[in-house]
Design a protein around this ligand. Structure first.
Ligand SMILES: Nc1ncnc2c1ncn2[C@@H]1O[C@H](COP(=O)(O)OP(=O)(O)OP(=O)(O)O)[C@@H](O)[C@H]1O
Ligand SMILES: [Mg+2]
Length: 408
């Protein structure tokens, strides 16, 4: 599917490049195909003709100089039947200017200097309104990361929510959190959003789903992560077949770069479908006997889903990790017959504060849990962290993220 085309109008010859750089950071599939480098007072018929012929999906109007003339121009082209979206960029110091921009019919107003997050959010709103959201399609299918644990309360929702948040923050790529726990999934709750629709609505209407309908089932969190939540009231999960979930996940992979699935603890048809679609499976356990025992009982079956995908497919994460725990990482590896890939430290204070505030725990970047999740997200998305990875993880893991032979 082609991306969106954009035009830029600014008197500043450097503005188009600045905008291009910010667009690149925001990760949108939007290319600037035309720039008109003129003050608004000097725009003539030939410029207008180019704009009409180019039919850009989005036009950026720089309101740095003579903002009110710029807004008159906006009003003029809207009145002449211009159908694309208009995004004005100007000083946020004058609320009056923002108001006039909206009155002139501008679709979005973004403050200067441009913050990529604000630009990102404005473009998303424009795309959402026009039903074009899904044109921001990855050139290759997205990657699906499934988080599974075999015992209630191990932390799969906490891990899925925070991992998705960090993946998006580090890459600005389109990231979707899917709550597959159709009975009482809590991902949306942990993110502090109140979804209107759920995965079950998408499944029911899948025969007629397109980008616009998909967008209506999805909530966007303020962090930029999108959420396909579980239904508020427990759903009859038997009614959602494995085959249908596979189709839905394949469809979602066409629209997102990263999909993080919070799996139910039982082998529901939906979970079975997701195992087959998972590009990477993360088995979460805590360092205690009941959690390990349950995971040991499941591991044969789980492994069978990844037959064709080799050993790298299935990885173990120890959550609520304490360096002095009675059950050591070595013992976990021996019991499961799989190396421990990552540890997420026990951080009661940060995780509780997150639950109470309805914000992901990674919002407090200094917490031990946030640091471990960030390092994991950086590894999984192949992105460099701003800070060097030091501390506990730096000591425990080799460059490829695997545990080295350090015993705790
Ligand atoms: N690393 C951690 N440090 C401290 N507390 C944690 C950590 N991870 C999870 N918790 C806490 O453990 C509890 C269970 O977490 P969570 O709801 O994520 O688990 P779950 O596996 O999704 O559970 P459920 O069985 O309800 O789906 C929550 O109270 C959460 O705050
Ligand atoms: Mg959960």
């Amino acid at each position: 599917m082609p991306g969106l085309s954009a035009a830029v109008i600014s008197a500043d010859p450097d503005f188009t490049e600045t905008l291009r750089a910010s667009l690149g950071e925001a990760g949108h599939d939007l290319s600037i195909e035309m720039s008109i480098t003129q003050p608004y007072t000097e725009i003539d018929d030939s410029h207008l003709e180019r704009l009409r012929e180019g039919r850009p999906d989005v036009t950026f109007l720089d309101l740095e100089e003579e903002p009110h003339v710029g807004l008159k121009f906006a009003q003029f082209i809207i009145d002449s039947g211009f159908s694309g979206a208009l995004i004005a960029l100007g000083s946020t110091e004058s609320p009056e200017l923002i108001l006039s921009a909206m009155q002139a019919g501008v679709t979005e107003f973004v403050g200067k200097p441009i913050a990529p997050e604000s630009l990102d959010a404005a473009i998303d709103r424009v795309l959402r309104k026009s039903g074009r959201q899904a044109t921001r399609v990855a050139t290759q299918p997205g990657r699906l990361f499934m988080i599974f644990s075999a015992k209630g309360g191990t932390g799969s929702t906490t891990t899925a929510v925070n991992l998705a948040t960090e993946m998006h923050r580090l890459t600005r790529k389109r990231t979707l959190l899917v709550d597959l726990d159709l009975e009482l999934g809590e991902s949306a709750l942990v993110m502090g959003v109140q979804p209107r629709f759920s995965l079950v609505d998408l499944v029911r209407n899948f025969h007629r789903v397109d980008s616009r309908l998909l967008a209506s089932y999805i909530e966007r969190h303020e962090t930029g992560v999108e959420i396909l939540s579980a239904p508020y009231q427990p759903a009859d999960y038997e009614a959602v077949s494995a085959d249908r979930i596979k189709q839905v996940l394949q469809f979602l992979k066409q629209h997102y770069d990263y999909i993080v699935v919070d799996s139910p603890k039982t082998f529901t048809p939906a979970a079975m479908g997701a195992f087959e679609e998972a590009d990477e499976l993360y088995l979460l356990t805590t360092a205690d006997i009941p959690s390990l025992r349950n995971l040991t009982r499941c591991i044969q079956l789980v492994r069978s889903f990844g037959r064709r995908r080799g050993d790298e497919w299935m990885r173990v994460i120890v959550n609520r990790f304490e360096s002095n725990s009675v059950v050591t990482t070595g013992e976990i590896e021996k019991t499961l017959g799989v190396d421990v890939y990552w540890t997420l430290r026990n951080d009661y204070r940060a995780v509780m504060a997150s639950i109470n505030s309805g914000r992901p725990a990674v919002s407090d970047p200094k917490s031990a849990f946030a640091k471990d999740v960030r390092a994991l997200a950086s590894k999984l998305t192949d992105t460099q962290l701003e800070s060097d990875r030091g501390g506990l993880l730096g000591g425990l893991f080799g460059r490829n993220g695997r545990r080295e032979t350090v015993e705790q």
